[in-house]
Design a protein around this ligand. Structure first.
Ligand SMILES: NC(=O)c1ccc[n+]([C@@H]2O[C@H](COP(=O)([O-])OP(=O)(O)OC[C@H]3O[C@@H](n4cnc5c(N)ncnc54)[C@H](OP(=O)(O)O)[C@@H]3O)[C@@H](O)[C@H]2O)c1
Length: 348
């Protein structure tokens, strides 16, 4: 088998879109235990790596030694890689790949993996979610947020979701507005956020509860302490993102120096909690980065399978772009104005 010519997006300097460019390279034949996948699409992430990209979908074009051809060849699949995923082809160990469920589009398949694993890990593994619990989910119309709502719906949880812009409420109300288990609010302004979140929860709980068993926090900053205060005793605050400390446009290191200084100021003075307080309040703070779990293949496989067993509905794909329009797509992602996942389609 010969090398496969492919295109791949790389970035010379992380954190800015200006240096993002497409290069061509030759992908060697897949080693034993690996599959070669011809991409249909992939998902955007923030540019923290030189060859960014984690999740994708496509078709198995070549099956490495030690794997059964009947099981894999020409099957539609999705999977997750450790960066290098903004490409047109990939070689990947079969343990990181799963078959696309019947009836799902390729776009839905690639939008499912990382957000699903993140929401599952946050809620089930760290949050220890139990039926009928009360849960606060930030950025509820984003990819991870929507996956969390889908899991919480299965568990009949009482959920308050927040969004950063009012147009996102339409999508959420359309999907969950009929259910008495969901209530959605605008996160801004941060003033009175605690009171507004309590009021939203009171509207959907018969026991008139106003505190949460679990809070999923992907925004931090001004919302970190209110999130902590909104926890019940024995409640769990699960931290997995810090969107409010990130720029919401492609900031130039020199021309946007003031905005960078503003972000630096926010970062330095970000609210913190004394660990002694955790004991007196009887609350837990937990954080994670899924990347660390990627290195533990078996562990990731278990989470993959547990997520699969929940039989969630296909994820919501909010935006689609062609392969060559990654910069435009990333600009939309950084703006915080996207809903659901942003997919880049790969045509061969
Ligand atoms: N720890 C992990 O392992 C892990 C894994 C996956 C994702 N994450 C993180 O989890 C967060 C959500 O991921 P996702 O996949 O759901 O992303 P997404 O679909 O792009 O949604 C991100 C949401 O964050 C909110 N946001 C607030 N300020 C923002 C800003 N300055 N720039 C961009 N977005 C901003 C926006 O919603 P609202 O304005 O409505 O709040 C936006 O819709 C991200 O911060 C991501 O880095 C962490």
């Amino acid at each position: 088998m010969s090398f496969q010519l492919r295109k791949i997006w790389t970035v010379d300097k992380t954190g800015t879109l200006d240096n993002l460019r497409i290069v061509e390279d030759g992908l060697p034949p897949p080693p034993p235990g690996f599959l070669r996948i011809k991409y249909s699409g992939f998902i955007l992430q923030h540019l923290r790596a030189h060859t960014p990209g984690l999740e994708f979908s496509g078709v198995v074009e070549y099956v490495g030694e030690g794997l059964r051809k009947e099981e894999w060849l020409e099957k539609r699949v999705y999977g997750v890689t450790y960066f290098g995923g903004y490409a047109t082809y990939i070689n990947l160990k079969s343990s990181y790949v799963r078959k696309t469920p019947d009836g799902w589009t390729d776009q839905q398949a690639c939008a499912y993996v990382v957000q699903g694993l993140t929401a599952f890990y946050a809620l089930e593994e760290l949050g220890r979610l139990k039926p009928n619990q009360t849960v606060l989910v930030h950025s509820a119309a984003g990819g991870c947020g929507l996956s969390a709502l889908s899991i919480l719906n299965k568990k009949s949880a009482k959920v308050v979701g927040t969004v950063g812009a009012s147009f996102k409420l339409d999508l959420l109300n359309e999907k969950y507005g009929e259910s008495s288990n969901f209530s959605f609010i605008l996160r801004d302004p941060s003033k009175n956020f605690e009171a507004r979140a309590k009021k939203a929860l009171l509207q959907i709980t018969s026991e008139k509860e106003e505190l949460f068993d679990i809070v999923l926090d992907s925004v931090m900053g001004d919302w970190f302490l209110p999130n902590y205060n909104l926890l019940k005793k024995e409640g769990r605050l699960v931290l997995y993102g810090s969107a409010s400390l990130a720029p919401n446009s492609n900031l130039h290191p020199i021309w946007n120096a003031f905005q960078w200084l503003g972000l630096g100021w926010k970062y330095i003075w970000r609210p913190k909690i004394d660990p002694l307080k955790l004991m007196t309040d009887n609350k837990a703070l937990l954080g994670f980065n899924l990347i660390h779990i990627y290195e533990h293949e078996e562990r990731l496989g278990q989470i993959f399978d547990s997520l699969h067993n929940l039989q969630l509905e296909p994820p919501y794909v909010g935006h689609e772009f062609d392969f060559g329009r990654a910069v435009e797509a990333l600009t939309l992602m950084h703006s915080g104005k996207s809903v659901g996942k942003i997919v880049l389609n790969v045509k061969h």
